[in-house]
Design a protein around this ligand. Structure first.
Ligand code: SF4
Ligand code: SF4
Length: 119
């Protein structure tokens, strides 16, 4: 199983880390691109310091208790997600419906592709 986060779309909500039963995700500082880009994201999906404008417009106005687009993670939200343990994914699909930024991409061992769609 291959899992990566399309970084410019990640709000930092931390839902992926909270729901994943196998510890695929870690939240990392937006200030350290080398650590954020620790998963298999292709070049166009890597973190280069800029949030996608549409996702920022949408989620920066929503007060749901999560630290959207905060540089650092405080244990509840903030920072940016890296799928550092994608090989452990069991395709339970929990993260695929909880991802605010709709930015999780999974490819299973048969090559089938999955994209997160927020519930
Ligand atoms: S689909 Fe995979 S990465 Fe997502 S929550 Fe389930 S086990 Fe974790
Ligand atoms: S659920 Fe999606 S938007 Fe939220 S931190 Fe994880 S990858 Fe980023």
């Amino acid at each position: 199983m291959d899992v990566y986060v399309d970084k410019p779309f990640c709000t930092g909500c931390q839902h992926c880390k909270d729901v994943c039963p196998v510890g695929t995700y870690e939240m990392r500082s937006r200030a350290d691109a080398s650590k954020v880009n620790a998963d298999s994201a292709p070049e166009e999906a890597k973190w280069k310091g800029a949030v996608n404008g549409q996702v920022k417009d949408k989620w920066s106005k929503i007060n749901d208790g999560h630290k959207h687009f905060a540089v650092e993670n405080d244990g509840t939200s903030g920072g940016i997600s890296a799928a550092v343990n994608g090989s452990s994914c069991i395709l339970c699909q929990a993260c695929l419906i909880e991802c605010e930024g709709e930015c999780i991409r999974i490819t299973d061992d048969s090559g089938n592709k999955y994209k997160s769609v927020y519930k």
